[in-house]
Design a binder for this molecule. Structure first.
Ligand code: ADP
Ligand code: MG
Length: 247
């Protein structure tokens, strides 16, 4: 067994008297998708925020690629390859889809030492940007402004932007939110094809997507992981049904 890419060890975070993260430990293996499910207010986004570096845990450790990153900033973690997409869109609406991804490619090239040379021409940015658009199934929409894209296409574009930063682990906070059945299916397919490229911690309410994609599932309730296991384990768990699935 190789070391997991991401290891959370005893994370704790309180907001006043509220324990939003209560002794959470979990790991994400290379080439795998670890889904995190749980009711609204369970602390899923708070956990993602701590992993990405936007929130400081009160206690516990975060190790990424065998390195303690608990004290690092958001950009430092992103540079190491810890990527995230946002629930609130960070796209430049008036720019084309391609231009949005090119900006991320450019940011990546600037921050990476081995690419420390002037960009030779537009192709240095357009080629890698087009590659990401192809991966998420948006190549044919590359020249359109974001305003002309559907909601589902915008979510795909956000993923392409995140991928342009070449993450080793992607933190996805409800990537299917607001998507219709067809768009959810497309996103599920895209994410499934990406797991070898970037392992994922996937927060998602769409249980079809979770059961299709997850190699491992953890269930968070009131800040605590109450169950963790394979899709079959979680489907079979009475405790999970009672607490969350409502079956
Ligand atoms: N910045 C904050 N200040 C105070 N309370 C917060 C803050 N962020 C989240 N919370 C609270 O922490 C709990 C977990 O929230 P959140 O992580 O957003 O849950 P989830 O993403 O699972 O729906 C909720 O009770 C929420 O109201
Ligand atoms: Mg949330």
């Amino acid at each position: 067994m190789t070391e997991p890419l991401l290891v959370l060890d005893g994370l704790q975070k309180s907001f006043g008297a509220l324990r939003a993260t209560d002794d959470v430990s979990l790991s994400v293996d290379a080439g795998s998708i670890h889904a995190l499910i749980g009711p609204n207010g369970a602390g899923k986004s708070t956990l993602i925020g701590q992993i990405a570096g936007a929130l400081r845990p009160d206690a516990g450790k975060i190790a990424f690629m065998a390195r303690d990153v608990t004290g690092l900033s958001v950009p430092q973690r992103a540079q190491l390859g810890l990527g995230r997409t946002f629930q609130v869109s960070s796209l430049a609406m008036e720019f084309s889809a391609l231009r949005n991804v090119m900006l991320a490619v450019q940011a990546r090239k600037r921050s990476t030492f081995r690419f420390w040379r002037p960009v030779r021409g537009d192709r240095d940015l357009t080629d890698p940007a087009m590659l990401q658009l192809e991966r998420v199934g948006l190549a044919e929409r590359a020249q359109l402004p974001v305003t002309a894209l559907s909601h589902g296409e915008r979510r795909q574009l956000e993923l392409a932007v995140a991928l342009a930063l070449e993450p080793k682990v992607l933190l996805l906070d409800e990537p299917m939110a607001g998507l219709g059945g067809e768009d959810s299916q497309r996103m599920t397919e895209v994410l499934g094809n990406l797991r070898q490229e970037a392992a994922m911690l996937l927060v998602e309410h769409d249980m079809d997507a979770v059961f299709t994609l997850a190699d491992e599932i953890s269930v968070l309730v009131y800040g605590r992981i109450i169950a963790s296991g394979s899709v079959a384990d979680i489907r079979a768990s009475q405790e999970v049904r009672d607490a969350y699935l409502g079956e």
